[in-house]
Design a protein around this ligand. Sequence first.
Ligand code: HEM
Length: 472
Amino acid sequence: PNRPPVVFHWIPFFGSAIPYGMDPYKFFADNRKKFGDVYTFVLLGRKVTVALGPKGNDFVLNAKLSDVSAEDAYTHLTTPVFGNGVIYDCPNHRLMEQKKFAKSSFTVPAFRSYVPIIVEEVRKYWLKSPQFFGQDPNRVSASAHLMTAMPELTIFTASRTLQGKAIRAKFDESFAELYHDLDRGFTPIHFVFPHIPIPATFRRNAAQKKVSDTYMEVIRDRRQRGDLSDFDVINAYLKDAIYKDGVRMTDREIANMQIGILMGGQHTSSATSAWALLHLGADPELREALYREQIEVCGESLPDLTYENLQNMPLLNYTIRETLRMHPPLHSLMRKVRSDLAIEGTHYVVPKGYYVLASPGVPMMDSNYFKDPTTFQPSRWAETKNEINLDDSAEGITISKGAKSPYLPFGAGRHRCIGEHFAYVQLGTILSMFIREFTWSLPEGRGVPKADYTSMVTLPSEPSNIIWTRRK
Ligand code: HEM
């Protein structure tokens, strides 16, 4: 059988860990020149076959369940953080149903209820955060460090909307630190050595238990009070989490699912909001066009934003879409191969035990699909929309479904993201709030920072601050 070519490396176990880990896109591009779209590299003892381009995305993301497994690729990393019985610590058919159980929290009526809550949380945050108004509500200008501010804004808004008031309140107490501990146990090191005996690992394990126990208390409390009227995800599971075969999700599993959902949306959304603010800081004209859009859609007095307003702001949604094109948070989506797998259109067979890797970010920055791909240009979406075959959802937010699209920041196939629409609502609301309240720029002489690939999502490298000034 024909194996894909292997990237040369000097050190046996490590393989290409360093060049891949430092800059995966450069690593993919360099080797593509030598080998084409398909090749294998060694990553800390694993053999990983890369399949680039839309065809590669389709090959990996739409592979048959009997051929590849996401849980075998991810469980070592995710299970110690999320806990047992959910996401990648259960058979795939369970995960598919777990994703469906959350559905009622991701509907239009739910989003309608979330927008005012996000607005309120952002206001509260500005008033409390020393980087914004802090003790002085009349402050007119300051510098804000985005990689502190945006993760906080993201977790406050996501926990309040998706998990309710009681959980949101915990973030003013012990929860923030516990989630930090979970984060610090969710690193590339843990991907390779899930149980490496270092303090971060012990703290991760302790935090998992405490956070999960807290969700269980809230679950019991809700059940006792019998009020499941809010749209949040805890209620969604309390109402609907019975599998087709009659098995009910346990309270522990519902609790662990909450960790998985919050973590799934945390770094992805906060990185995206930071990138968007940085690009707008570098492009005042675009920022002002977005301000005019707020006024055109909502009126001169700028009353509080609604979900419907967001649907009528194409430039805002294009800005989010363009941010995700240039900075998709996840650069590598992996599956473990379960049985020898032929790659269509090539003579290669990927053997069982290998991993396959898709990188949706590669076609998104390819001039074959996007003109001037390194230019941040939201207006391109008004023009190219139909050409690249995107399906618009009824709500006016674009969702790309087929894996053959060159634009797949949310993945495709059975593991596709359930949070896309929520992310647009959350990002759209937070960005609108910034656009209405401030003008901002990057510090003197600095452009949009380069990407830092060494954490689990693609972040702006430091320093990542903006200088904001309050609008009159
Ligand atoms: C899956 C991206 C926000 C929950 C995925 C996948 C991608 C992705 C690429 C596919 C992973 C794979 O195939 O291996 C993003 C981006 C986001 C975002 C770019 C924001 C800008 C969210 C939010 C939530 C969420 C807000 C929850 C509220 C999930 C879940 C899955 C998923 C549950 C399914 C995992 C699976 O089936 O294996 N996301 N995500 N994501 N995401 Fe998101």
